[in-house]
Write a protein that binds this ligand. Structure first.
Ligand SMILES: Cc1cc2nc3c(=O)[nH]c(=O)nc-3n(C[C@H](O)[C@H](O)[C@H](O)COP(=O)(O)O)c2cc1C
Length: 344
């Protein structure tokens, strides 16, 4: 077997292993930080349930609710079905959807079809994806544009994942000079660039540095949800390494607050968002949209209907949170008071 073919198979296995492991609850970090926060209950909300409006605009399109199915997969047979199920549901519910890293499809064009879901999701924001570190390994604007045109994307997410790269067996760890390259890409690409983490969060300092480079969309992907330390350490055959770093990173609520204070930046709050109440809390702390990956993965393995049910449940919980805080619109919810609980 040629070296290229062998590495292709390894890569394909990697994607399948990620899906398999991410489905396991023990690959989540130890706790959700959303439980540290609570809304003031408003017993007299002076709101008619029927007039609650959860719609927002995002990436030039209108969403029925400020929800994003976070970037997950592509590049393997199972991923095609998962992406199609997610896309059908995103379109039906009118929420945004992201795809997993498209690097595989740039290297092997046959894999592009596992990412191509525009037909199933013609009217919602669709986000492409690439590891930012690839900008240090030969990729540039041309490859980023190829990702965008491959799927008809409204934006391209570049993910930052130093902890994952450091732990995973095939990690690429030259992150030097990356900020400037991300800036060049953000300023030169035909669609907006979103910079996201994958579960360790973006700090205020990193967010400000990116904003100074012209990045206008930041996704926290903070600590409190899927643990890539656990997943990659498991793949590397060293689970104890994953335990050392399982709770490494910026907790999502902290990351949302830090990024929301940066002018002219749209903030996606994600990482450990598991229901509509967590979604409401992320919005009240300053996020414009909330994203989640893990809660949609098992549903996507099942069927589009299962994903629709998960999204509808989340929207219902968001509406209840709005009703009981007296918020008619997402703009009003974002002005609502959210208090940090004092530890017992
Ligand atoms: C199976 C799986 C694959 C993922 N692959 C990618 C990826 O290719 N690119 C990326 O930016 N993030 C990827 N992520 C990270 C998610 O987009 C998200 O940032 C992270 O899982 C935190 O959200 P969660 O706690 O709701 O899962 C993946 C997540 C899962 C569960």
């Amino acid at each position: 077997m040629g070296a290229r073919r062998e590495s292709e198979l390894l890569e394909r296995d990697r994607k399948a292993e990620h899906i398999q492991l991410a489905l396991e609850k023990r690959m989540q970090s130890d706790r959700s930080f959303w439980d540290d926060w609570a809304f003031d209950h408003v017993a007299l909300p002076e709101v008619d349930w029927a007039e609650i409006d959860t719609s927002v605009s995002f990436l030039g399109r209108t969403l029925r609710a400020p929800l994003l199915i976070s970037c997950m997969t592509g590049g393997t047979g199972a991923a095609k079905q998962i992406n199609q199920n997610l896309a059908i549901a995103a379109e039906q519910c009118q929420v945004a959807i992201g795809l997993g890293s498209q690097r595989k499809a740039l290297e092997d064009h046959a894999q592009a079809r596992t990412f191509q879901i525009r037909e199933q999701a013609p009217t919602v924001p669709l986000i492409g994806n690439l590891g930012a570190v690839q900008l240090n390994y030969g990729f540039g604007i041309a490859e980023c544009e190829a990702c965008v045109s491959m799927i008809g994307a409204d934006a391209l997410a570049l993910h930052l994942n130093p902890l994952q790269e450091a732990i995973q067996p095939e990690g690429q760890c030259d992150f030097s000079g990356l900020l400037a390259r991300i800036g060049e890409t953000a300023r030169g690409l035909s669609v907006p660039v979103i910079v996201k983490e994958i579960g360790c969060g973006l700090s205020g300092d990193v967010g400000r540095a990116l904003a100074e480079q012209g990045v206008r969309y930041l996704d926290t992907a903070g600590l409190g949800g899927t643990s890539w330390a656990r997943i990659e350490a498991h793949r590397a055959g060293d689970p104890s390494l994953g335990e050392v770093f399982a709770n490494w990173g910026v907790p999502t609520p902290e990351s949302v607050q830090a990024l929301a204070s940066i002018p002219e930046v749209t903030v996606i709050g994600s990482g450990g968002i598991r229901n509509g109440l967590d979604t409401a809390k992320a919005l009240a702390l300053g996020a414009d949209v909330a994203g989640a990956a893990y809660p949609f993965l098992d549903a996507a393995v099942e069927s589009p209907e299962a994903v629709v049910a998960r999204i509808e449940h989340t929207i219902e919980e968001l509406r209840i949170s709005m009703f009981c805080t007296g918020a008619r619109t997402i703009a009003e919810l974002r002005r609502t008071r959210l208090g940090k609980k004092t530890p017992k």
